[in-house]
Design a binder for this molecule. Sequence first.
Ligand SMILES: [Fe+2]
Length: 313
Amino acid sequence: MTSPQIRSGAAAATRPPLHDVAHLGHIELLTPKMCESLWFFVEVLGMTETCREGNSVYLRTWDDYEHHTVKLTAHETSGIRRVGLRASSQAALEARVAAIEASGLGVAWKDGDPGIGPTYLFHDPDGHELELYWETEWYAPPDELKPSLKNQAQAYPGRGVCVRRLDHVNYLAQDVPPNGDFVRDVLGGRVTEQIQLDDGTISAQWLHFTNKGYDLVYTRDWTGTRGRLHHVAFAPDTREDIIRAADICLTTGSSSRPGRTSTRSSRRSSCTYTSRAGTGSSCATRSPGWCWRRTGARSPGPRPNGPRARPGA
Ligand SMILES: [Fe+2]
């Protein structure tokens, strides 16, 4: 799957992202408690319902320019079914699909969900399901949701946390490096930071596709299980919104706790919270924030553009 030359090459480790993947597009979450989950995403997180189809409800963060951000699907268990990545052009989509097929992890083309064009399904080495697409429908808000500002996709909902956009997905993985290599070498991303334990094991990697601190994260699953989710994260507008989110979660009975602060230059504060329906989420914002430490040395990583380490962290 992964080219040995690329994996061992310092030049590859420090190269910029290819930019064939433009950004994290949407996620599909499964829930055994649809009513409670809908209440959590709409009333607590402040998302807006776009449409319903079959057993799924499509929801959006208020400043997402696309049709939906979350597809919530009724299921006997909770979890994440799929993560959607938007390509930066039709040519970029075709180039990445060719690379995925060459890696042996491609599945097939399918019709996209509402608002999404032709979509290519594939897996990462750990078995998580992802999809890649280019064509997308710009969100057209109904009159009551039309924003006053032309650079906003939708009026500010003023309800609950008011999450503005999807920020990142943190996967658990049986073995982190093969997945980081796949995102880098096949999807064209780049590792921005990682955790290397004293025995040399890479136990977590943060990867991005463009200029965000990270879009996808792989954290080692201590149970040795494949294909699991740790959390997904949404971003509100400000750091103060994070504090307010904690209060909202406390008031509504959704558990919350302070999250880590990234070592990246974007420096995020975060608050992790869990819905009563068991759908884990967290919110993050770009601002100087709370101190965060954990055991396990961070790899110094290559310079100047490779994975970063935070002195003293
Ligand atoms: Fe996170």
